[in-house]
Design a protein around this ligand. Structure first.
Ligand SMILES: [Zn+2]
Length: 61
């Protein structure tokens, strides 16, 4: 079966996600909770996603 899309689920809100082919380390935003997710692993057309903690860095400049 060709894998034109990948599937995964958001670790935060458990929304099922379908994405174009991605590679490890890429990031996407969950359309449901708007969280930034990073592709931790791709295996058999399934994405393993991790939350990315976005820290607002204010260096005072
Ligand atoms: Zn989500």
């Amino acid at each position: 079966m060709p894998t034109d899309t990948l599937t995964g689920s958001c670790p935060e809100c458990e929304t099922d996600l379908t994405t174009p082919p991605m590679v490890q380390g890429e990031t996407l935003s969950c359309p449901e909770c708007m969280l930034t997710l990073r592709v931790d692993d791709v295996r058999g057309g399934e994405l393993s996603l991790q939350m990315v903690e976005v820290q607002l860095r204010d260096w005072g400049q």
